[in-house]
Write a protein that binds this ligand. Structure first.
Ligand SMILES: Nc1ncnc2c1ncn2[C@@H]1O[C@H](COP(=O)(O)OP(=O)(O)OP(=O)(O)O)[C@@H](O)[C@H]1O
Length: 267
């Protein structure tokens, strides 16, 4: 079965996940998941609803300790250290949640400033300058004094993105960034994500159902299966669409219905 894209990427590995098992209590969600993320790449976590994409992302940002396996960020073994070392490694992370997850009682500018106020000793005027810079990068400087409730969904995502890059992370995690956006706004967000990768040199791990977006931006990825509870294919979304022979992956990437008697069907 052809389910592994040949490597054409000679960039160094930044993240290495080996034999990861994720569970809630006695319920295993995914087991023995292994993959590498190259520096400067956009890596897609794909799979049907409920297979464990967000759960994997949670364990990669420190919200869920895996049952087994290792998760290396550069030379650091993320889960083997203490809380302090995880906080230190987490300083490299920027996270954009589905909703944008802004504080509703703060303006956009205050939201973006918050991580700088919490984690740096920068002075208020320097923070203000940096906030303007970050909002400028995502095309949201005009909304610096607005509250999240005054923004459209796409604007909220962009403001969330500005906050995610507030501390200059080199690794960005996006959970369904285009959920709820119209196709044009979603395409703009894709371009913004590409700009962040190219402009900031960030490495991006993205969970998304939006195939058109994934075909456009992601250069590598993994496909998780809810039935087998593990990764069944590795490669960029376009490679998986064009070359992967696993029936489940093929159906998903071509938006086809699978026969419900399929052993791969999500449970
Ligand atoms: N806190 C939790 N406690 C128990 N089970 C959970 C918890 N969070 C998620 N799950 C279960 O883990 C499984 C994977 O959920 P997850 O949200 O990771 O899937 P997903 O692939 O991201 O789904 P979707 O594409 O629909 O967002 C689901 O069956 C879900 O019910």
């Amino acid at each position: 079965m052809n389910n592994q894209m040949p490597s054409t990427n000679d960039r160094p590995t930044l993240i290495s996940v080996s034999d990861l098992t994720l569970a809630f209590g006695s319920r295993v969600i995914q087991h023995d998941v292994s993959f590498e993320v190259k520096r400067g790449s956009i890596f897609a976590v794909m799979g049907g609803s409920g297979c464990g994409k967000s759960t994997l992302l949670k364990s990669m940002i420190g919200l869920l300790r895996p049952r087994q396996g290792t998760y290396m960020v550069g030379k650091d073994n993320y889960w083997s250290g203490d809380d302090q070392s995880r906080i230190q490694i987490g300083r490299r992370f920027g996270v954009l949640f589905q909703s944008g997850a802004l504080w509703s009682s703060m303006t956009v500018g205050e939201n973006v400033a918050l991580p700088m106020q919490m984690f740096t000793s920068l002075t208020p005027p320097v923070i203000r300058q940096l906030v303007e810079l970050k909002l400028g990068l995502v095309g949201m400087l005009h909304a610096i004094d607005q509250y999240p409730s005054e923004l459209s969904g796409g604007m909220r995502k962009r403001a969330g993105l500005a906050r995610a890059i507030s501390l200059d992370p080199d690794i960005l995690f996006f959970d369904e960034p285009s959920a709820g956006l119209d196709p044009i706004t979603s395409a703009r967000l894709d371009d913004l994500i590409l700009n962040l990768r190219d402009g900031l040199g960030a490495t991006i791990i993205i969970v998304s159902h939006e195939l058109s977006s994934l075909f456009h931006i992601a250069d590598d990825g993994i496909f998780l299966d809810a039935g087998q509870k593990t990764a069944v294919a590795h490669g960029s979304p376009t490679w998986l669409r064009d070359h992967c022979t696993d029936p489940l992956v093929h159906a998903f990437m071509h938006r086809e219905q699978l026969d419900t008697s399929s052993p791969h069907e999500n449970g």
